[in-house]
Design a protein around this ligand. Structure first.
Ligand SMILES: NC(=O)c1ccc[n+]([C@@H]2O[C@H](COP(=O)([O-])OP(=O)(O)OC[C@H]3O[C@@H](n4cnc5c(N)ncnc54)[C@H](OP(=O)(O)O)[C@@H]3O)[C@@H](O)[C@H]2O)c1
Length: 280
């Protein structure tokens, strides 16, 4: 498959499952080489082995890291560059969702989420940027969410970080365009991944359940299939969603209707989250 990503090096964070794993496979199908980062080393190794099978040159290399360790990220980024000698695309995708009311959630938990979901993509971007600027080319992708433009009960910190991602990376897109660097913000709706299982609750434990909203959603492979043509076209804002995408439309154009709907019907449509919140 010929692609603009042919021979490019793509650093994919959050590559051990879900969207990152599916897109890493599709980058390699397009002729790219990938650096796979997450905490679960065994999962990354299995993916790298599958991607490297039958090839004489490595197409995938593993770089295990906990991205919420912000102090380690400048050095980690240098290690990433040295793995293939360059990085053409930084795909900031790792993240965790949330299930918990603000009143129940200790600040430490919110701080942990803000470090992983907002500060770590900013830190990685700043660490890789001089490399891209010196080569006058490159691309920064970031996985935001519909939640980058929405607000929901039980998701205040997640809304905070994804709104922050939108503000930062859409602004950066303007700054870097004249330097030959493209910034693209992906805003998925519900995708059937481990995201609800690994969502962080008010106690700091993982939610540990697949919500029905995600169980019945598009797969990560479908998300990847739908997102790549828009990435390759060079779109800066890429929304890929099912019928939940109507919430984005309502929030943008009729915000009062959006608020009315959330106040009135959130319990029905977000029942998995609300059940947990109600039982507290
Ligand atoms: N699925 C959806 O419905 C949806 C919708 C909108 C936006 N998103 C966003 O999409 C992105 C990918 O999520 P997903 O849906 O694919 O969920 P996922 O399957 O849970 O993937 C999350 C990835 O992030 C990695 N990760 C989590 N904490 C990490 C840490 N401290 N250090 C390094 N890596 C870490 C995980 O790997 P390890 O656990 O191995 O570290 C995993 O590879 C996230 O930014 C999420 O907010 C998802």
């Amino acid at each position: 498959m010929s692609s603009i990503f042919q021979n490019q090096v793509v650093w994919v964070t959050g590559a051990s499952s879900g969207i990152g794993e599916a897109m890493a496979k599709d980058f390699v199908k397009r002729g790219a080489r990938v650096i796979l980062t997450a905490r679960r080393a065994e999962r990354l190794k299995q993916l790298a082995d599958a991607l490297n099978a039958g090839s004489t040159v490595p197409k995938a290399k593993v770089l295990v890291a906990d991205l919420s360790d912000l102090d380690s990220l400048p050095e980690l980024s240098q290690r990433a560059i040295s793995l293939f000698g360059q990085i053409d695309v930084l795909f900031n995708n790792a993240g965790a969702s949330q299930r918990g009311f603000v009143v129940d959630t200790p600040f430490e938990i919110e701080h942990k989420m803000i470090k992983l979901d907002l500060l770590s993509p900013i830190a990685l971007t700043k660490a890789i940027l001089p490399h891209l600027v010196s080569r006058k080319s490159g691309r920064i992708l970031v996985t935001s969410s519909l939640m980058g433009d929405l607000e929901l009960p039980g998701n205040a910190t997640y809304a905070c970080v994804k709104h922050g991602i939108n503000g930062y990376f859409y602004s950066l897109a303007f700054e870097l365009r004249s330097m030959g660097i493209l910034v693209q913000v992906l805003q998925p709706g519900f995708v059937k991944t481990e995201v609800s299982m690994s969502a962080i609750t008010a106690s700091g434990e993982l939610h540990g359940k697949m919500d029905s909203t995600h169980e019945n959603a598009m797969t990560a492979e479908e998300f990847s299939r739908r997102v790549f043509p828009k990435i390759e076209k060079g779109n800066i804002s890429i929304v890929i969603a099912g019928k939940e995408g109507v919430a984005l439309w309502a929030r943008r154009w009729v915000p009062s209707l959006y608020r009315f709907f959330v106040f009135k019907f959130a319990k029905k449509y977000l029942k998995d989250r609300m059940v947990e919140l109600k039982t507290k």
